[in-house]
Design a protein around this ligand. Structure first.
Ligand code: PLP
Length: 364
């Protein structure tokens, strides 16, 4: 978490015990903190404060949005996070039509192909930035083309990965529902927000005390929400400088990996991606083995594949992009952060290179 977000959270936890729904002075103070945080988040997102509904994280915001209108049919990009993917599977089990929208080999929504599918659906879900390969999706253009349809579907945008890298204001303006999550931009985990636009009514996921204007019941996590607002503002202010610095570091990192490791390829050209994402495929190694090796040497990375009960599952994102199986098996994702340095990059390249050599050597 950003230090200023930790400080703001600690301050509320230590001094503001009030429940924002109460009537006494303590409660009014908590209410003021909550509404101030709502104003600040709304400003960063380019939304009206009344459009911001606080939730317990990104997954809840996304599920609320998908269920909000009681859809009879939904379409979602083939590279969506499980928060969308699993809800789409649940829809299917309930007999609600669910369509997967194709992406190009660069991990970007194939707009022409998508438009052929979405004409009759109630909800279209496309993320702003992919969590695995870091690709930026054409939300503006999609929204324009959806508006030209006879019956415009509701556009749900999972912007959970986006706020650090992109100004969300134009993306919010293009969407009907937009989800963010505090822990992706220096705030706490378990707190997020759903922006509900264009006067849309929502069917709540949670019923109870009627908080958040009857859109999400349950006492708000005031400390977490205040910290999320502080983190959102800091991130919004620091973005352009950070993007410039991290793009340079990421470029050096990927260039060195690709040029010094045999059969290591960049998965997606950088022009399609956010600055902090480095994603490569290294043939002839299993990413799970490599991850464990580099973890022991202090490098925290992740794979495009997940190991469940010993079986290697290829990432649905890479499969949707048509990445060859041999490449996908050795896929590796690194995320650079505000405190990543040139020295870190040099160390990481050396560790990955040596580990790949060891794994390949162990096999031969
Ligand atoms: N959507 C994307 C793109 C994500 O990367 C994540 C988290 O990793 C989520 C949704 C879920 O957010 P949360 O962990 O806050 O529920």
């Amino acid at each position: 978490m950003l230090p200023e977000a930790v400080a703001a959270m600690a301050d509320v936890l230590a001094h503001d015990f009030g429940n924002p729904s109460g009537v006494h002075r303590e409660a009014r103070r908590a209410r003021a903190l909550l509404e101030d945080a709502r104003d600040r988040i709304a400003a960063v997102l380019g939304a009206g404060p009344h459009e911001v509904v606080f939730t317990g994280g990104g997954t809840e915001a996304i599920n609320t949005a998908l269920l909000a209108t009681g859809p009879k049919s939904v379409a979602w990009s083939a590279i969506e996070h499980d928060a969308v993917r699993s809800q789409a599977a649940a829809f299917e089990r309930e007999g609600i039509a669910s369509y997967e929208l194709p992406v190009t080999c660069h991990g970007v929504l194939d707009l022409d192909a998508a438009l052929e599918v979405v004409a009759d659906v109630d909800v279209v879900a496309v993320m702003a930035v992919n969590n695995e390969v870091g690709t930026i999706q054409p939300i503006d253009e999609l929204a324009t083309r959806l508006s030209a349809l006879d019956r415009r579907p509701a556009l749900v945008v999972d912007a959970v990965q986006a706020l650090t890298w992109l100004d969300l204001r134009p993306i919010t303006a293009s969407s009907d529902f937009l989800a963010i999550s505090g822990h992706k931009f220096g705030g706490p985990k378990g707190v997020g927000a759903l922006v509900v636009r264009n006067g849309r009514k929502i069917r709540p996921l949670l019923y109870g005390g009627g908080q958040e204007q009857d859109r999400r019941s349950g006492t708000q996590n005031v400390a977490g929400i205040v910290a999320m607002a502080v983190a959102a503002e800091s991130t919004d202010r620091a973005r352009s400088e950070r993007v410039k610095n991290l793009a340079a570091l990421r470029d050096r990192f990927v260039d060195e990996l690709v040029s010094t490791i045999d059969r290591c390829v960049e998965t997606v050209p950088r022009a399609y991606k956010v600055a902090g994402n480095a994603h490569v495929c290294i043939q002839g190694v299993e990413s799970e083995e490599l991850l464990v090796m580099i973890d022991h040497q202090g490098i925290a990375a992740s794979a495009g594949s997940a190991c469940a009960s010993g079986a290697l599952h290829l990432s649905p994102v890479l499969v949707a992009m048509g990445v060859p199986v041999d490449d996908a098996r050795g896929s590796l994702r690194f995320t650079l952060g505000a405190d990543t340095t040139n020295v870190d990059i040099g160390d990481a390249v050396a560790i990955v290179r040596a580990s790949v050599a060891k794994l390949r050597g162990d096999r031969s």
